[in-house]
Structures are given as structure tokens and as C-alpha cells.
Design a protein around this ligand. Structure first.
Ligand code: DGL
Length: 248
């Protein structure tokens, strides 16, 4: 299968990393809208317009599937993308909510969702979890983590201060949904902050779990062909991809 992965910028590489680890696809086309990132502070109509443009871009390749790695786009524009695409489109919100439900048997588990302002304001994760019977859900927009990850501030005083700033009034949840592509990069800091009883839900692993339930992946691809495209400075995206995907 040939898959397109769409994100507002570099963050979707965390989803690509999970796809590569599980060797699911023969070919991956990544598109990051680096010229217009961040999407998390934009309004619904803008996010939908950009997402439809990404679908148009992907029409240059004969894809079997588009994965929307960006939580913000998955929360707002999935239906519109499905309408304009010529192949199936899957988003990380549904996958993340299902992965949470699969991991949390107790419907009164305390679940905390974090993401961009747009994702949190959409209530997409909460709605999906409520439909599955969960009632103890809190959500917090934590947009400062995005530039911190991009500045490679992955531990230390600034990150710790940001963690306290956002989470001082929260007790450790049973599950923490990392509702933004960048957050898996700071998962150790989040685990250290909340303790190891808090289960972190990672969009990349969630989409792999979701795909494996839906499709029969009978073949593994150890060396998939992967191409990176960006709306601005593709070289910078490729450098980060080399670092995040291949460096230990
Ligand atoms: N990729 C976005 C997300 O997962 C985060 C960065 C942005 O705001 O565009 O929501």
C-alpha cells in the first residue's frame, strides 16, 4: 500500500515513525504545510481550506490511503477531506479515542486530553470518548509545548516551568491523550511529571493499532520508499526527518 501522511508541519513525523516501526507500508509520501504552520491557532474554515488543498496535492500520487497525522486537522476537516479525496482518509482523533477506550476498561477512568487550542476547543476527543461511555474527561490546551519541541527544549527548567504552568491544578490522570503531533517527543518529561501510573496515548501508535484492526497487513516492508514534501523549506523538513526517524 502507498500512503500519504499529512501534517501542518514537522510534527506528523512522530506518526511516520510509528508507521516505519511497524513496517506497514511500501511507500510513504509525507506532506507538511510548513509555510502555514501552526494550524492550532487558526479557525475552522481556514483549517478546512488548507486541508482540502493538501488533498489536491496528494492527487499527484496514486495513493491507497491518506493518514491525517495532525490532530487539529483531524478534529476539524476530516469529513471535508474524505469528500474531496479519491482514496480513504483516516484521522488520529478517532484512532486515539479508540486506543484510549481499548486501554481503559473502567468507564470512570480519569482521562486528560492535551492539544492545541483548536483541537481542545473542538471537543473532538471528548465527544468521541463520551460516545463510548466515558464521563471523567478533562481537556487542557497546551500550545507552548509545540515551540518548545521545535526549539528542542525537551527537558530542563523551561519545560518544567511550562509543565507546572499547565498542570499545577491537575492530579495525575489514568490516561493522558497526547492530542498533538509534537507531544510524543516530550513523552519522558510528561511521564516524569505525572508518574508511571499515567498511560500516555500516542497518535502514531494509535493509528497503527487502528489500521491493524481494519486491514490485513500480511506483508512487512523493511525499507519502504519515503518522500518528504513541504510547502516551505523542504530541506529543513528532511533534516528533521533524518534526526527524528533514524537517530537513536
Ligand atoms: N500538528 C499540529 C497538531 O497535531 C500541531 C502544530 C500546529 O499547531 O499546527 O495539532
Amino acid at each position: 500500500m502507498k500512503v500519504g501522511v499529512f501534517d501542518s508541519g514537522i510534527g506528523g513525523l512522530t506518526v511516520v515513525k510509528s508507521l516505519l516501526e511497524h513496517q506497514l507500508f511500501e511507500e510513504i509520501i509525507y506532506f507538511g504545510d510548513t509555510a502555514r504552520v501552526p494550524y492550532g491557532s487558526k479557525d475552522k474554515n481556514t483549517i478546512i481550506r488548507y486541508a482540502i488543498e493538501a488533498v489536491e496535492f496528494f492527487k499527484n500520487f496514486e495513493l491507497d490511503l491518506i493518514i491525517v497525522a495532525c490532530n487539529t486537522v483531524s478534529a476539524y476537516a476530516l469529513n471535508e477531506m474524505k469528500e474531496s479525496a479519491t482514496c480513504p482518509v483516516m484521522g488520529v482523533v478517532e484512532a486515539g479515542a479508540l486506543a484510549t477506550a481499548n486501554a481503559m476498561n473502567n468507564k470512570s477512568s480519569n482521562i486528560l486530553v492535551i492539544g492545541t487550542n483548536a483541537t481542545i476547543n473542538s471537543h473532538a476527543y471528548e465527544n468521541s470518548l463520551k460516545e463510548q461511555g466515558y464521563s471523567n474527561i478533562q481537556a487542557k490546551a497546551t500550545p507552548l509545548f509545540v515551540p518548545l519541541v521545535e526549539e528542542e527544549i525537551l527537558d530542563g527548567a523551561i519545560l518544567n516551568a511550562t509543565l507546572s504552568h499547565y498542570f499545577d491544578s491537575f492530579k495525575a490522570p489514568d490516561a493522558l491523550i497526547l492530542g498533538c503531533t509534537h507531544f510524543p517527543i516530550i513523552s519522558s518529561a510528561l511521564s516524569d511529571y505525572f508518574g508511571d501510573k499515567t498511560l500516555l496515548i500516542h497518535s502514531g501508535d494509535a493509528i497503527v493499532e487502528y489500521l491493524q484492526r481494519k486491514f490485513d497487513f500480511y506483508k512487512k516492508y523493511q525499507n519502504p520508499k519515503i518522500e518528504f514534501f513541504a510547502s516551505e523549506n523542504p530541506e529543513a523538513l528532511r533534516n528533521i526527518a533524518n534526526k527524528w526517524l533514524y537517530e537513536k
